[in-house]
Design a protein around this ligand. Structure first.
Ligand code: SF4
Ligand code: SF4
Length: 423
């Protein structure tokens, strides 16, 4: 795509990156069928190609309007278009650059600014999320309904215990911000499964939100503060020798892989941030190579059952979060682990589609998010599963709000299977 960027950006790192990305797009349109918002709205400006064109215009100096902002806001950042693109266009990066410029040029309504401010100031902070959820009425006005729903808040009675570190192989397990409040048993389950394959999971002190939420709200300074804090908190462990920095939330794992790029201009952090990014893994990427070690103790006729359903094989529908399949490019790993553990995989009609959670999307674009959720739940339920499993706390809580089928993190199923096999 021929591009002549405006003076305000053309000689900046962002401008040079945007220019290269724009040049790589050949307008073929192969990305359009993969785009959930184009599927829903049928407007080219709500497609990847249309948004690329909008960003091109604004970076070339055209007036930036609230219409531009609306079409960029409607993007889920699911990056399904990147997986579909034959030219390797880095759409997600281009969107980040376009959104940052738009945010500076187009003012939002007072209500929209307040909503985004509260999201930035509450959600990345575990204690504030806990407090907000305790204040149910307040939580219902600030958070998606599924986060405020009693079912989402109810702790499970049999959270697995955390195994003592005893192996030479060690990984860091980042708690993140929201998951410790909404589903603390996920990391404990991951630690148990890791322990079974000879890896000890260590929780580093002093980490917090990975920065994804503020990053997607174009709050650059806040994001970089969070990223620096995490790099500082992780570094002594990395120097001591860990083989990976792991998250059980695929969106956080994806964000961690961006740390090197985000801090590349800061000499005090660049090398360390690049090392964190190189070590970043979703839990599926760590356990995938261990499938044989897991399938031996887990195999057999009986499998984990839905609560109260007795000991019988469970039929599981797996929702692959966009960050797992499109950002981290992990595909089929979780399904293989679940199969090896004895679970029956239920077919999912549209296994590539976004559920509509997409970070803060369910709050900022509730109508589109709801339509995507309904379609996703219909696809997941089409194979008559007894359980739905996913790999991201946002997807988990969002899907849970649209179905009566229990929704869990897939690693919880492996941990429960271990307890069945041991028990
Ligand atoms: S982003 Fe990729 S698939 Fe979409 S129009 Fe451009 S080159 Fe084609
Ligand atoms: S990131 Fe997702 S919603 Fe946004 S343009 Fe690409 S496919 Fe469409």
């Amino acid at each position: 795509m021929r591009t002549a960027l405006a003076d305000f950006i053309k000689d900046t790192p962002a401008g040079r990156e945007a220019h290269a990305i724009l040049r790589s797009c050949v307008h073929c349109g192969f990305c359009l069928p993969a785009c959930p918002t184009y599927q829903l709205l049928g407007d080219e400006l709500d497609s990847p190609r249309g948004r690329i064109y909008l960003v091109k215009q604004l970076l070339e100096g055209a007036p930036v309007t609230s219409s531009t902002q609306l079409h960029l806001d409607r993007c889920l950042t699911c990056r399904a278009c990147e997986s579909a693109c034959p030219s390797g266009v880095q759409y997600g990066r281009l969107l980040d650059i376009g959104r940052a410029v738009t945010e500076q040029r187009v003012s939002r309504s007072a209500a929209a600014r307040l909503k985004r401010y509260l999201l930035r100031k509450i959600v990345p902070h575990t204690r504030r999320v806990r407090a907000a959820l305790a204040l149910t009425r307040l939580a219902r006005s600030l958070l998606p309904r599924e986060l405020a729903a009693p079912a989402a808040l109810a702790p499970r009675s049999s959270a697995p215990s955390w195994p003592a570190p005893r192996h030479a192989r060690r990984v860091l397990l980042l708690p993140g911000c929201v998951q410790p409040v909404l589903r603390p048993q996920v990391d404990a389950a991951a630690a148990q499964v890791l322990d079974r394959v000879g890896i000890s999971a260590i929780v580093p002190r002093g980490t917090g939100c990975c920065g994804a939420l503020t990053h997607h709200l174009s709050a650059s300074d806040e994001t970089l503060r969070q990223v620096r804090r995490n790099v500082d908190a992780l570094w002594s462990h990395i120097e001591a020798g860990v083989e990976a920095v792991v998250s059980t939330t695929s969106a956080c794992a994806s964000m961690l892989t961006e740390y090197g790029r985000l801090l590349e201009a800061e000499p005090a952090y660049a090398a360390r941030a690049a090392r964190v990014a190189a070590l970043a893994r979703d839990i599926a990427q760590v356990l995938g190579p261990e499938r044989e070690a897991l399938s031996a103790p887990l195999g057999g006729a009986s499998a984990v059952r839905p609560r109260g359903a007795g000991r019988r094989a469970a039929r599981v529908a797996f929702h692959a979060p966009c960050t797992l399949q499109h950002a981290l490019r992990v595909s089929g790993t979780v399904e293989a682990l679940l199969s090896a553990a004895g679970f029956e995989l239920a077919p999912v009609g549209d296994r590539q589609e976004c559920c509509g959670s997409a970070g803060t999307y369910s709050i900022l674009q509730p109508e589109l998010s709801e339509r995507l959720l309904r379609a996703k739940v219909a696809a997941l339920e089409s194979g008559a599963p007894e359980l739905i499993a996913t790999a991201n706390i946002g997807c988990l809580t969002h899907i849970r709000g649209g179905t009566s089928v229990p929704v869990v993190h897939w690693v919880e199923l492996l941990a429960e299977r271990l307890s069945v096999a041991n028990g």
